[in-house]
Design a protein around this ligand. Sequence first.
Ligand code: GLU
Length: 492
Amino acid sequence: MSFFRSLFGKEAVRTRFAPSPTGLFHIGNVRTALFNFLFSKKNGGKFILRVEDTDTDRYKPEYENDIIETLKWLGLQWDEGPFKQSERIALYARYLKELLKNGDAFYCFHSKEFLEREHEKQIQDKEIPAHNCEFKKVPLKDSEKRLLKENAIVRFRMPIDLEISFTDLIRGKINFNSGALEGDFSLAKAEGPDKFLPLYNFAVVIDDFEMKISHVIRGEDHISNTPKQILIGQALGLPTPKFAHLPLILGSDKAKLSKREASVSVNEYREAGYLPEALLNFIALLGWNPGTDEEILSLKELIEKFNLNKVQKSGAVFNTEKLDWFNGCYLRKLSIDELAKRAIPFLEKNNLIESNNYDWKYIKKVLALEQPRLKKLGGIGERVGFFFKPPKYEPELLIWRDMLFKDITVSLKVTQGALNQLNESKFTRGNLEKILLKEAERAKNKDKGRLLWPLRVALTGLEASPGPFEVLDVLGKKESLARIETAIKKLA
Ligand code: GLU
């Protein structure tokens, strides 16, 4: 192996995304997954998915499902996995036994109550909380006997006053002293001889080795776990992977992303009508930049340009307005066919169309009109609902300035007359504009609003909407005239 490594001067890049299915997939997860994905793809490596499901109390199958579905939706395809830690228990047991045999780990029989009391006292006495366990002095044989009757915790024997350091690829050298690392930390629960339930820090080390992970890229909140993981690896004689800890994601007030913001599920973004490519582009720039001020970057371009050297150390600000801007850009880049494909589920959800029973051409016309203004597909119902259902509104909305109901009725009748001059095939935006503007010029004080406002409201039922000519063009002659007729009846 080292021969090949020196021969080619380069070790295969293998990264992993290792979420715990104890909550819904959130923005922080996307960032970790994306950076691991980009780094492995940039270096011709592999991206591995590992589900860290050792916390059985907080595990839920729907969270596991959510991981898979969200990664698929984002298009972050993994090369190997998903591996599940719960299916690898026998593997961990082998390594645990080795640690126990060599004296690097031992069984602790302290009760939960004892440990809690000890912790509280240390906090009161302003000491660094740490459990330096007396059980490490007990011979393994004796502990194994006791284990037949009692459960235990397998703990790592923390070396005294040892300097542990590693070079983080983003932050540079980081040093720890073993004295500041909470003492003999836990590796696994033991519920009898050979019945182990591994815990996070231990299972990670074994998996990273077994999966040949070359680079561990994860959130800054894991920095304090790294020295523990290095110690476990060293005790087992395993190579230490390279580490890169990503900066925190901050809210727009520059404070740590609040519980609420941080835990917003990606599904909520999906349902609000954000496009996965916009979300990925936005998140790629949370803590990283390509070294230029380019902002709109496809996944392919992100892979080409990605480099851990350009990841910043300081927190990255999450700005929803910026995300909306990205989403708008991506929506405008879509072809009308593609936009329609993506919008249809939202139109269905808003009960504006029935599934498998809609007019594809009509939908495309509506969307072409809305595309320049769209920010999120979730809001599409409010914006285009009137194209699919007759609008509901109070007759007062038809009033322009000082017009009376009877004036409006006259105005709408004039419009009807003008529209009737055009047959279906001539009912186009250009013709409509010509003929209606000519009528509008003839209104009192040349005030075009006297003709165009009531018309637009009759068609849309909205205070703000696209202009009347575009709307007439999309709705067509028959439907437009029917809506004007309804408005006249409302006024009567
Ligand atoms: N399962 C851990 C988490 O979800 C990640 C572990 C790691 O990346 O080392 O936070």
